[in-house]
Write a protein that binds this ligand. Structure first.
Ligand code: UVW
Length: 329
């Protein structure tokens, strides 16, 4: 197992600070050029659409960890309220909301329903913004960690990347299918750099600059069967950050809870790949992406590249965002 000295050495090796200017907050999304976006659109041949977002509801994958919750969805206006208001009339409503709604509903055929959702931005299918993780009191590009305040992230928030879309060529690396021995990568079997090469070779797909790489571990398929969000399975070994850096990848996403392997390969720290990707490289991570239907189609036609469209919400100062990514072939 590596130590923190080796981790810091790798951090320096992959660090992109200053590469796109001292003020840059886009990180490796800079690698997605207009030519790349146009070429990705050219990958659409059949008009097949694969939504990669999971349900945002009470049966989601959160809850195993007490600091996050599944989305709480609640109705704030229900057209059925009109019957009550009509029965009792606006005078009954010493409640200001009911008084206002009676203007819409009483003596009027018009009805509407409204709702709201309360959720961690990390509850389900998500992008991690560059401000999500840091070490040594610095965010990507050297911005101070103190710039993330109770008002939100003043630097490297998810709102800063909105201009990029986010859209590019997507490449699926179906590691669990390649291993061929089960539907889910068991804990203790991390994905290595060499294995990523092997999978790409076997799938006859080349990862190129500006790509968004999607890694399938089978985690989401298993969660759909068991409903157990606490079993982390295996993910990318921390050194895969260097693999992504060498290939000039723009972003990486997976079908599991943290992209990287839950067993840290660096003694003395948790989630080393998060720190290298988000803080040193400026590379966003996507988590809980449902790659099941896409993977089945790729296996059927042997085509593992597609147009990927995955815009985050412009949550002002957000350190992450829900997303419903779409792969189009
Ligand atoms: C943390 O990094 C804490 O969480 P996630 O795996 O959701 O990015």
């Amino acid at each position: 197992m590596a130590g923190l000295t080796e981790f810091r050495r790798v951090g320096e090796e992959v660090r992109n600070w200053g590469r796109w200017g001292a003020d840059d907050e886009l990180g490796t999304l800079n690698l997605i050029t207009p030519e790349k976006v146009a070429a990705a659109a050219g990958l659409v041949r059949h008009g097949k659409v694969f939504p990669l977002g999971v349900d945002f509801g009470s049966s989601g994958p959160q809850g195993a960890f007490q600091f996050r919750h599944n989305p709480i969805h609640t109705m704030t206006v229900d057209g059925g309220d009109a019957d009550t208001l009509a029965r009792y009339g606006p005078q009954w409503a010493r409640n200001i909301v009911a008084q206002q709604l009676s203007d819409f509903f009483v003596d009027n055929p018009f009805r509407f329903n409204d709702d709201m959702i309360v959720m961690p931005l990390q509850a389900a299918t998500q992008w991690d913004a560059l401000s999500h993780v840091y070490y040594d009191d610095q965010l990507y590009n050297g911005f101070p960690a103190s710039s993330v305040t109770s008002f939100g992230a003043f630097h490297c928030g998810i709102d800063k990347v909105d201009g990029k879309g986010i859209t590019s060529r997507g490449v699926l690396l179906d590691v669990v299918a390649h291993r061929g021995s089960g539907t889910f990568l068991e804990l203790g079997t991390p994905i290595t750099r060499d294995e990523l090469d092997e999978v790409a070779r076997a799938q006859q797909v080349t990862v190129s600059p500006g790509d968004i790489v999607l890694v399938r571990t089978g985690w989401w398929g298993r969660f759909r069967q068991t409903g157990d969000g606490s079993e982390p399975g295996a993910g990318l070994d921390w050194r895969c950050a260097t693999w992504l850096h060498e290939r000039q990848v723009a972003a990486v996403a997976a079908d599991n809870l943290m992209v990287e392997d839950p067993v840290s390969g660096v003694e003395g720290t948790f989630l080393p790949m998060h720190m290298l990707c988000l803080r040193d490289m400026g590379m966003m991570l996507g988590e809980y992406w449902d790659l099941e239907a896409l993977a089945a189609d790729c296996a059927a036609d042997g085509v593992y590249e597609f147009q990927l469209v995955a815009p985050p919400l412009r949550v002002t100062g957000g350190v992450g965002s829900p997303v419903n990514p779409i792969a189009i072939k």
